[in-house]
Ligand binder design. Sequence first.
Ligand code: IDC
Length: 340
Amino acid sequence: MKKIIVGIIIFIIIIVLICEFTPVSEVLDNIIYNNYVSDNGWLYVDGTSIKNKRNKNFTLKGVSSHGLQWYSDIITYDNLKNLKESWNINVFRIAMYTSENGYISNKEEIKNKVIEIANNVIDLDMYAIIDWHILRDNDPNTYKEDSKEFFNEISNLYADKPNVIYEICNEPNGNSISWDKHVKPYAEEIIPIIRQNSPKSLIIVGTPTWCQEVNAAADNRLDFDNILYSCHFYAGTHGEDLRKNVEYALSKGAPIIISEWGTTDMTGNGSIYTDKANEWIDFLNKNNLSWINWSFSNKSEGSAIILPTYTLINEETGLSNDFNDYLTDSGKYVKNLLKK
Ligand code: IDC
């Protein structure tokens, strides 16, 4: 009896201490509900915020795959479960490159990888972003017909899954590619196809100049609900100017998501910029922006989360099979952010 009373008192003290720092409703919410799809359901956009099915603000935080054509082997069910349990991610982004030997040149195999990973993410009760990862192909209209076909099939497959979020063009880029003339018209064709199958799904739309022109999107918004415009940054390259663009977009009422960011410069390689990344993270926290880090891969490059020495056959070699034992500087930094 005595033990129970002491236990209750300690519990109350802990709750009171937590409440000192966070609004009570938020604390209660975190105790009662989980941070995953079962308790948050279909997400929707309200003003510039993402909200859950209980109409509370919701933040997606997680990591992105590298190109599926190169680094999909390590995206196993066990590793995704590990990311959920030891990193607290609630979203995993599936980066399906269109060019560079990606989807366009190997449709069936790459599509099957997307489906396999998405199914695992869904089984694990997390959100999955299916990313049509344009990059070297500059203009989302380059493979527009393929995009229509792909999103029609995928949104039909996942029509009743609140887990799945569609990102319809990673990073439009190139001097001649503009929001008004290229990206917006493309989005106006793709969004209705997805929504016809899955009316409530969240859709992320990339902005020109590798997702830096959120201001252009904010000045000429899409006429659909539940759209997020994406901003991407690499801490070593992008700073105050890009944050100003985001602030401008938010001030105009455009909802923003950081669907990709890296701790390095924009090449994805080299050392990590901790101080500059910290400035960004403060900014994201202040504005309650959702983010996804690049990349969950073991490629030998600074932005990769895992060292190249990690492989899946370690059980046979007697070495650890837990990727947490092979984190790069970037991996350690990002894990720490997610654990907070
Ligand atoms: C980079 C990868 C690199 C790969 C290259 C292919 O890190 O290993 O060789 O793509 O083109 C982006 C892109 C993302 C880039 C990343 C780093 O969305 O695909 O990945 N980056 O350059 N935008 C800004 C940076």
